[in-house]
Design a binder for this molecule. Sequence first.
Ligand code: PLP
Length: 393
Amino acid sequence: MLPFLRPDLAQTTGYTANPGHGEEPTHPLDALDTNESPFDLPPSVKAQLAIAYQEQIHTNRYPDGSHHRLKQALLTYVEESRQYPHPHLSRQTEPFGLEHLSIGNGSDELIRSLLIATCLPQRGSVLVADPTFSMYKILAESLGIPVVSVQRDAHFAVDCAAAQAAIDRPPAGYPPVRLVFMVHPNSPTGNGLNAAEVEWLRSLPEEILVVIDEAYFEFSRNTLLEAVLQRSNWVITRTFSKAFRLAAHRVGYAVGHPELIAVLEKLRLPYNLPTFAQAAAIAALEQRTFILEGVTELIGEREKLAQQLQTLPGAKVYPSVGNFLFLRLQPEYYPALVTNPTQLYPTVLDRLRQMGTLIRHTGGGLRVTIGDAAMNQRTRERLQAVLQSLVTG
Ligand SMILES: *Cc1c(COP(=O)(O)O)cnc(C)c1O
C-alpha cells in the first residue's frame, strides 16, 4: 500500500456485479444478474426525452441542484404509494411534504450518506441480517465502519432475538449500533418483513436509525412508509433502477424525518443528479401508469418461472415478492460434484454463462432476475440442461 493510504482499505473489496468472468462471450447474454427491468423505456418516452435534450437542456449549465421539479413529481408518487401499507402499520392522516424527500445518485449514494450521517467518526456500527444486499457492508467498510451480521431463519426471517442481543452487547471494540439496514422485500431471498420483524424494528430506540430499503416496492406493492410519520428514526429508500427502468440514470430517493433529510441534503454533492437524469425521472413519473404496466407482466412471469424451476432436480425455489427468484440446490442430487460440492454453484453459473444466461451466486444460492417471457423460457431450458447434466454426471 502507498504510505498515504488508509491501511484498512487493503482488506476491502469493491462491488463487482458479476465476479470471475472467463473469456468474453461471443453471443448476446440474457443479463439476469442485477435485477434490472428487462424492458427499456417505451419509445414514446425516449422520444420525448430526446426532444427535451435537443430543445430544453443546456449542457453548459449546471443541473438544478435543488431537484425541485423532480421532488414535486416524486411527492405525488410517494403519496399514491401509501395506498399499499404493510398490514401491521396503521394509516396516518398527515401528508408527506418536500421536506420529507431527498434524492440521490442511485440509492447507493443515500446509503453512503446515511452511514456518514450516523456512524462517523467511530461513533457507530451497522447491523445487517445476512443474506442481504451486499452494498451495505461494502459501503460501510469503505468508510471504516464496523458491521455486525446476524442470521436469518429457514424462511429468511431475521433472528430478532439475536439482533437485539447484538445491539445490547456489540462485539468487543465495536461502537454501539447506530444503523440497522433492512430490505423490504429482501434481496436476494425475496421475502418481505413479517409482523414480528416490524414489531421488533418499531421497538428500537430513537438513537438507532432504521433504514427500510424498498428498492422492490413496485413488485411487492407493500410499503412501510406510514412508520416514517410515526417514528423519527425511520427512513425509507427507493430507486428508479428497477420497476421504473432507469438503471442507466442513477436516481434513488429517501423518505424520512425532515431533520434527517436536511442532513442528507447537506452531505450530498451539490450537483449529484445530472440534468438528463432528472429529466428522465420526471418523464418516467409522468408516464408511470404506462411504465409500471411492465410490473404486472413481470409478476406473472415470476410466478410461472417459480413453478417451473421448482420441478428441476435438486432445486428449492423460495417464494418471492420481488422481480427475482432465489433458489438453492441440494448437493446430494449431483453425483458429478460429490468430491467437490463447493464447486456446485460456480459450475452452474459458468455453464449457464456459456449458454448465454447471467445469474448471480449470492447468499448461499442463486438469484435469478425475472426477464421477459423469452428470456425466462431460456433460463428454464438452460438451467434444466445444466442440472440434468450434473445429475447424470
Ligand atoms: C437494486 C437495489 C438498489 C438500487 O440501488 P441504486 O443505487 O438506486 O441503483 C438498492 N437496494 C437494493 C436492495 C437493491 O437490490
